[in-house]
Design a protein around this ligand. Structure first.
Ligand SMILES: Cc1ncc(C[n+]2csc(CCOP(=O)(O)OP(=O)(O)O)c2C)c(N)n1
Ligand SMILES: [Mg+2]
Length: 333
């Protein structure tokens, strides 16, 4: 199983997670300040999964994502200023302000589109897997999706097609349901994984709060997908952020204070249990315990990410709204 060995790789993984988190915090600030920003589904709490996937994709690999897309896109290297500008509907956005949070895309980092339709990413990724196989350049297609997708008919067709045609696809399910709930209330199957298994797709389950565990599982899956040209399904089990279902994002669990990783007495309030186990603080604690980093290194890294996000925010806020004359740009007819 591939392991993360170097200290640099571990810090880079943490940096990717911090960028995802600080980006979403900037979205919360922007939503409070700019009343026109609509609903946003934030990636807070999912960082361990997205960072582990994005860190291991190669140029030319495709990625397809959902309504909870911000972390995936900035995690793979899209410009955070242009991503934030897109959410704010500005001309400087990744799609000229026309896509917004739900249709943000950046082909330069392998995202052909974002589909806010539950199940949309899985169909697109299956088409992407077919294209990767036809092109024969060793690339893979990744579908990122939530557990809700298993309630949608398209997932059955996609799994069947991917299995039958032996396509190089990573099906990455970010399961943020409370254990047992979806299995009993929404699916006739006992477990999510029963569905891909029945269609002869290799499956794995991993603790989504442990970024290195996800990294190892994804590394193993990608090696298998590239070598054998087969799909693999990973279920990453995630403790949902208590703010996940808010219409307007708010600081439900407070702005992330990285020092809570070593100063655990600071963790208080109704969501203390969530904060204690969230993937970023958990990873910092691990790096400190294993002497891979000192508190000062962690603080410096966080400062660096915060400075990058401050620049991104300035860029987005300074970007104008699109001109009315450009309204039909990009229309097919
Ligand atoms: C086809 C379709 N039906 C309903 C919705 C409304 N909707 C938006 S998010 C969501 C829940 C999705 O759950 P899940 O896939 O587990 O993702 P999570 O929000 O938990 O990350 C629903 C039903 C939608 N976007 N598309
Ligand atoms: Mg879900």
């Amino acid at each position: 199983m591939p392991e993360i060995v170097s200290r640099e790789a571990r810090l880079s993984l943490l940096e990717r997670m911090l960028l995802m988190r600080r980006f979403e915090e900037a979205v919360i600030h922007a939503a409070a300040k700019h009343k026109y920003i609509g609903r946003n589904h934030l990636y807070i709490g999912h960082e361990g999964t997205g960072a582990a996937v994005m860190a291991q994709l190669k140029p030319g690999d495709l990625a397809h994502t959902t309504h909870r897309n911000h972390g995936h896109i900035v995690g793979r290297g899209a410009d955070p200023g242009r991503a934030l500008a897109e959410i704010m509907g500005r001309e400087g956005g990744l799609c000229g302000g026309r896509g917004g949070t739900w249709h943000m895309t950046d082909t330069s980092v392998g995202f052909q589109s974002t589909s806010a339709m539950v199940g949309g990413s899985i169909g697109l990724a299956t088409g992407g897997g077919f294209a990767c196989k036809q092109l024969g350049q060793g690339n893979v297609s990744v579908a990122l999706f939530g557990d809700g997708v298993l309630d949608e008919g398209i997932s059955y067709e996609a799994f069947n097609f991917a299995s039958q045609y032996s396509l190089p696809i990573l099906f990455m399910c970010e399961n943020n349901e409370k254990p047992g709930r979806r299995e009993t209330s929404m699916l006739a199957a006992d477990r999510l994984l029963d569905i891909p298994k029945a269609l002869k797709i290799h499956t794995m389950t991993v603790d989504g709060g442990d970024v290195e565990a996800v990294h190892a599982a994804v590394g193993e899956a990608l090696a298998r997908i590239r070598k054998d040209q087969v799909p693999v399904f990973i279920e990453s089990q995630i403790e949902a952020w208590p703010g996940s279902h808010q219409h307007k994002p708010e600081f439900t669990t407070g702005e992330t204070d990285i020092s809570m990783a070593w100063d655990t007495g600071k963790i208080t309030g109704p969501h203390a249990d969530w904060i204690r186990q969230e993937p970023i603080l958990r990873y910092v604690r691990k790096l400190l315990a294993e002497k891979a980093a000192a508190q000062a290194d962690i603080e410096a890294l966080d400062k660096k990410v915060q400075a990058k996000m401050a620049k991104a925010r300035d860029f987005a806020e300074a970007s104008p709204f699109p001109q009315a004359e450009g309204a039909i740009l990009g229309a097919f007819a």
